[in-house]
Design a protein around this ligand. Structure first.
Ligand code: BTN
Length: 255
């Protein structure tokens, strides 16, 4: 059985109900949807374009990692955003996207957590990753969500999961995409209008709070206890030297 309103891959039916201004472009196979939509943005595409690929041959994760998304099983798409907010606030779109994906997953009855800044976890494993990249007058929000994937390459098999692995049910990818966009339509507004609500949604789902972690930043490796997320969206890390407020970190591991 497939859970969701639409037949599993009926993206066009789902797209009819996307909130404004989202509209969908589907490609069978691309290198990376982030790279592809950047070209469309540079050619003048308007805010709200979604580029979804059935298959990515060079999907990218953060820190130059490859992103695994087997054809037809997962969601791999990018959203073109032309923010009205000032440039300084654009990084907040990464938080907005993480919250939107977590909330969408929750509408299907699962509990989702956020591993700061925006990995979406289900029961201690990563189900979704988000890669946000800015251009001169646009932002690309790339989202990869493991929907019906059941087997992962050895390098991520221990840490990855999917909606199907967690429930033994298949999900309509079209319905899941629709749910993410409904949530993102609201959360993207909050980067300047109501950042308090956005941060509260991150804080509420933060899977690192209360845990001891090891992480690397531009200034080196750090170990400490995560006290939570600040009202400005920083990770609050208690180390031997005191309380650190991190705006960025590379790999974060719970130890
Ligand atoms: C991460 O957790 O490292 C981020 C993964 C982001 C993957 C998505 S899939 C759609 C979009 N296109 C890409 O090449 N990457 C993002």
């Amino acid at each position: 059985m497939t859970t969701g309103l639409y037949s599993p891959d009926d993206f066009h039916a789902a797209a009819n109900e996307f909130p404004e201004p989202f509209r969908l472009l589907i490609r069978e196979s691309v290198g990376s949807t982030n790279d592809e939509i950047r070209l469309l943005a540079q050619a003048g595409a308007a805010d709200g374009l979604i580029l979804l690929a059935e298959q990515q041959t060079a999907g990218r994760g953060r820190r130059g990692a490859a992103w695994f998304s087997p054809a037809g099983e997962s969601l791999a798409f990018s959203i073109l955003v032309r923010p009205t907010a000032s440039k300084a606030l654009w990084p907040r779109l990464a938080l907005a996207a993480g919250v939107a994906v977590a909330e969408a997953v929750e509408t299907f009855g699962l509990q989702a957590g956020i591993k700061w800044p925006n990995d979406v976890w289900i029961r201690q494993r990563k189900a979704a990753g988000i890669l946000v990249e800015a251009g001169p007058d646009f932002v690309v929000v790339g989202i990869g969500l493991n929907v019906n994937t059941t087997s992962f390459p050895p390098e991520v098999a221990e840490i990855a999961t999917s909606l199907k692995n967690e429930t033994s049910q298949s999900f309509s990818r079209a319905a899941v995409l629709g749910a993410i966009l409904s949530k993102f339509a609201r959360r993207r507004q909050e980067i300047d209008e109501d950042f308090g609500s956005l941060i509260a949604a991150v804080q509420q789902r933060c899977v690192l709070t209360g845990y001891r972690v090891k992480l690397s930043t531009s200034t080196g490796e750090q170990i400490g206890w995560v006290e939570g997320i600040s009202s400005a969206g920083e990770l609050l890390l208690r180390t031997e030297a005191g309380l650190d407020r991190l705006i960025q970190a590379d790999e974060i591991r719970i130890i």
